[in-house]
Design a protein around this ligand. Sequence first.
Ligand code: SF4
Length: 201
Amino acid sequence: MRLLLHTCCAPCLIEPLDRLRDAYDVTVAYANPNVHPWAEYERRRDTLREYAATRGIDVIEPPYDPASWAERVGPLANAGAERCRACYALRLGQAADYAATHGFDAVATTLTVSPYQDAAAISEEGERAAKRASVRYIDRDYRASYPEATRRSRELGMYRQNYCGCVLSDVEARRERAARKAARQAEKAARAQAAGGSGES
Ligand code: SF4
């Protein structure tokens, strides 16, 4: 059975590929118009291509179309989980349409490797997209393999991004890192003050 595996990035491909390739004839689809900016899109894609080549797996890439993401997902910028659901629907829809028009029997995704993603929403949107395109959806939850995917991708020296992909997630991740840094500094200052205070008494 020919399977088109939607793949967000190389680190998330490692474990699903090991599990799927014995049962399916796997081709990877880098269908990610969410990724911003272009340099980041290229870096993730090139890392993915390099890894796929080492495993003898073909990678297809629909034209990069960030306008489609802005149109479909942009209006939901402040809609929390619904924003990400629309993003999954867009990407899995793109992969399912490609699968249907290029002779694939089924579509799947690596998105569920990340514990930061909404696995239930991914499953629902994957099923929906596949049904609309008249292909099968191979529904798998890979969250348990995240620690091993992290270990192996580090061992391979792979590029590992520090935000989900869209411009909004980049801003959110920067804010979270800044907040954690500020909290660490405040804690350090408080400890130093406490140590100084105890020295005086
Ligand atoms: S945070 Fe990730 S899943 Fe959510 S909209 Fe942005 S790129 Fe898509």
